[in-house]
Design a protein around this ligand. Structure first.
Ligand code: SF4
Ligand code: SF4
Length: 420
C-alpha cells in the first residue's frame, strides 16, 4: 500500500468536521446493507487494456500492469453467457480504465450485442457509460456516439492552461486543442447524456476550470481531486481553501437560480441526499453488485483494482469467487459505520464513506479515508446543506430541480439491488 502524505491542515479539517447548525443526520441514516451474496448486475470493462496518454497525475498507471492485451470480441460473448448463467438482468456496462476508444471494433460489437436486449431478448436494454480522454474520437464516432443512446463522459481539466499541464500525449504535448472542439459538439448534440470530469490537481483553480467547461456548453460537470503518491501532485492546502470559496459562490449562484448554470454533479448528489435520496453505507457497489473485468476476463471489484492481484475475485470463465467477494465486502468494502473516522463524521450519510480503491491503494491504512478526499466531501456537504437550508426557507419548490437525477439513481439502485 502507498501512503500518501496528504498535508491537509489539521485546523482546516477540524473546522469542516463540525456539523452545520440545524443539520441532523439521524433521519438520514440508510437501511443496513443486505448480507446476501453478490449478484452482478453491472460490469466495468477494461476493453483496451491500455491508454494512449501519459497524464502526469494518473493514479492507475501506478498500480495497473503496463502491458495488458485488449479484449477480443469473443469475450463479450463469454460475458453474455456468464450473465445468462447467473440469471440476473444486466443494468449497465461501464467502459473505461484504459482508453476504450483504442478498441473501437469492440464498442460496435457491444452495441450490436445489447440490441434489443441483453442478455435476454426483450429484457430492459442495459445502459452503457463510456469514459474517454476524447483524443481518438473522429467525426464518424461523434455521430455514432450521439446516436448510440450511451452516456458519454470526457475527461477534460478546464482551459488549456490547466489541462495541458497534466493531460498530455507520451511526448509531453497537451491534448486540449485535440478535444475541446469535440467536447463542444458532443455537449450540443447530446446534452442530457454527455458530461465531463475534471481532475483538480495542485494549482488548479476550480472557478477557472468550471468556467472554461461551462463556456464549451457542458451541462454536467464533475470535479474530483487528484490522488497520487507524489505529494506535489494532489491539491495543496491553498487549493482546498480555493475549492471551499468556489463552492460558496456556486451555492449563491444556485440559490439565485442563475440561468444556464451547469450542474455540479457530486454537489447535486449531496443536496439530494440531504433530502433523503440515495443515502448509503457504501460509496458504490464495487464487489457487491458490480465488478471490473480485466482484458483477460478476470474479475476485480472495479476498474481501479484491475491488475492488482490481491483483489482478484474470479473470472468470467470460473465465475465470481464468492469467498473472495465476501471477504472484500467485509474488509476493504465495509460500510462507513465500521470505520473509525467515518462513524464520527457528521456528513457520513451525505458521503457514503470512502472510495474503497483510494483507501486501499493510497490511504493511510486500517480502512481509514484519505483526508484530502474527506476535505472535498465535507466542503461539498457544507455547501449542499447551505443551499438546502436557504431554498427550504425561501423557495422550496426550487429543490425539486435536485430530485430528478436523484430519483433516477434511486430507482436504478433499487432495481439493481444496490440499496435497500
Ligand atoms: S470518508 Fe466520508 S464519511 Fe468518512 S470521514 Fe471522510 S467525509 Fe466523512
Ligand atoms: S471503489 Fe472507488 S473507484 Fe471503485 S467504483 Fe467505487 S468509488 Fe469508484
Amino acid at each position: 500500500m502507498t501512503t500518501i502524505p496528504t498535508g491537509v491542515k489539521k485546523n482546516l479539517l477540524r473546522s469542516l468536521s463540525v456539523a452545520p447548525e440545524g443539520f441532523d443526520r439521524t433521519c438520514l441514516m440508510p437501511q443496513p446493507l443486505t448480507r446476501c451474496p453478490s449478484r452482478i448486475s453491472s460490469l466495468a470493462l477494461d476493453i483496451s487494456g491500455r491508454c494512449n496518454l501519459a497524464c502526469r497525475y494518473c493514479a492507475e498507471s501506478a498500480t495497473q500492469p503496463k502491458n495488458r492485451p485488449p479484449m477480443e470480441p469473443g469475450q463479450l460473448k463469454d460475458i453474455r453467457l456468464f450473465m445468462l448463467k447467473q440469471g440476473q438482468e444486466l443494468a449497465s456496462f461501464r467502459l473505461g480504465s484504459g482508453e476504450p476508444m483504442l478498441n473501437k471494433p469492440l464498442l460496435h460489437e457491444l452495441q450490436r450485442l445489447i440490441e434489443p436486449g441483453f442478455p435476454v431478448s426483450g429484457a430492459r436494454r442495459p445502459e452503457v457509460f463510456i469514459t474517454t480522454n476524447g483524443t481518438l474520437i473522429e467525426k464518424d464516432d461523434i455521430d455514432w456516439l450521439a446516436a448510440s443512446g450511451w452516456n458519454v463522459k470526457i475527461s477534460i481539466d478546464g482551459p488549456a492552461s490547466v489541462h495541458d499541464r497534466w493531460r498530455v500525449f507520451p511526448g509531453g504535448n497537451g491534448t486540449h486543442s485535440r478535444i475541446s472542439g469535440i467536447v463542444r459538439v458532443l455537449a450540443e448534440k447530446m446534452p442530457e447524456k454527455f458530461s465531463v470530469t475534471a481532475v483538480l490537481a495542485a494549482g488548479s483553480d476550480p472557478e477557472k476550470v468550471f468556467g472554461a467547461l461551462a463556456s464549451l456548453g457542458v451541462r454536467r460537470i464533475e470535479l474530483v481531486p487528484a490522488v497520487h503518491e507524489d505529494p506535489a501532485i494532489p491539491p495543496q492546502n491553498e487549493d482546498i481553501e480555493r475549492y471551499g470559496e468556489f463552492i460558496d459562490r456556486y451555492v449563491e449562484r444556485a440559490a439565485a437560480s442563475e440561468t444556464g448554470l451547469p450542474q455540479l454533479v457530486r454537489f447535486s448528489n449531496r443536496v439530494a441526499r440531504i433530502m433523503g435520496y440515495d443515502n448509503s453505507y457504501v460509496q458504490c457497489g464495487a464487489g457487491r453488485n458490480f465488478v471490473g473485468v480485466g482484458p483477460e476476463g478476470e474479475f476485480y471489484p472495479c476498474f481501479r483494482f484491475i491488475g492488482v492481484k490481491a483483489y482478484r475475485m474470479g473470472s468470467i470463465a470460473a465465475g465470481l469467487d464468492s469467498r473472495l467477494a465476501d471477504s472484500f465486502r467485509k474488509g476493504p468494502a465495509r460500510p462507513w459505520s465500521e470505520r473509525n473516522t467515518c462513524t464520527k463524521c457528521w456528513a457520513a450519510p451525505l458521503c457514503g464513506g470512502p472510495c474503497f480503491a483510494v483507501t486501499e491503494l493510497f490511504g493511510p491504512g486500517e480502512g481509514e479515508p484519505l483526508p484530502l478526499q474527506c476535505a472535498f466531501t465535507l466542503i461539498e456537504s457544507h455547501g449542499a446543506w447551505r443551499l438546502f437550508d436557504t431554498l427550504q426557507k425561501q423557495s422550496p419548490e426550487k429543490l425539486l430541480a435536485y430530485l430528478p437525477s436523484a430519483l433516477r439513481n434511486h430507482e436504478k439502485a433499487y432495481r439493481t439491488g444496490q440499496t435497500t
